[in-house]
Ligand binder design. Structure first.
Ligand SMILES: [Zn+2]
Length: 235
């Protein structure tokens, strides 16, 4: 479909002009297990980041599916994926047009100082990046063509921050003894190159022996997945 046709269709569907394009039910959660395959990510004493991110992502997928939320995983095994491939998978996902998708990337922190600790969630900075382009599906162009790139960025930033805030709040309640580093901005590739609201969770420091052991436990992983699933359903 041409942009011109999409433009005229948008012109005659003015109801969509002022609504938040990321409203309604969350129609799909794209879960991105950081690293994988030949890229192990950060290395702990006994575990690798890529294995922790995969097991948390698989548990999160199960949790969300149990709650009736459709999910898509960028990887569900030990595959090597480029950052752009992860974004392409997310950007090409089909979802119910009555709602919108969100993208959640799972990572594990690391620092030279073994005492570094805590939980944090990243969102992209509040500046415009490319959103819907000519490679987007016809459905997407139709759904979003009444918005300018800048408006889509504004709404993406708002909803990403809301999701990140929900996750941090839930984590603080679930793990009161773990330091909360909060919501931070970073122009990370997967946050900038996905068109939907996107967050990147850093579940703790693999370089901190206490946190490494905690994150490897299924009890922590399940509790973290409960927190993230609650945060998505609270949007
Ligand atoms: Zn990572």
């Amino acid at each position: 479909m041409s942009f011109l046709l999409a433009f005229f269709l948008a012109l005659f569907c003015p109801l969509s002009v002022f609504a938040n394009p990321y409203s309604g039910p969350v129609a799909m959660v794209i879960i991105d297990a950081g690293h994988g395959g030949s890229d192990p990510g950060a290395l702990g004493a006994t575990v690798q980041e890529k294995d922790l991110t995969l097991s948390i992502s698989l548990a999160l997928a199960r949790e969300l599916e149990d709650r009736g939320v459709p999910v898509m995983l960028t990887r569900d095994d030990d595959s090597t994926l480029s950052l752009q491939t992860r974004c392409d998978i997310a950007n090409g996902t089909s979802f119910s047009l009555s709602g919108y998708p969100v993208f959640i990337s799972i990572h594990i922190n690391s620092a030279e100082n073994p005492a570094a600790e805590g939980f944090e969630v990243f969102v992209k900075p509040e500046r415009d990046v490319a959103m819907i382009d000519e490679n987007s599906s016809n459905e997407l162009i139709l759904k979003y063509s009444s918005y300018t790139n800048s408006q889509l960025n504004d709404y993406k930033d708002i909803v990403s921050r809301e999701l990140a805030g929900n996750i941090c709040e839930g984590f603080e309640n679930a793990f009161p003894s773990v330091p909360m580093r909060g919501v931070k901005e970073s122009g990370l590739w997967v946050l900038n190159a996905t068109w939907m609201p996107s967050v990147l969770v850093e579940a703790g420091f693999i370089s901190n022996p206490e946190e490494e052991e905690r994150m490897a436990g299924t009890q922590f992983q399940q509790k973290l997945c409960d927190v993230i699933a609650d945060a998505v359903l609270d949007l």
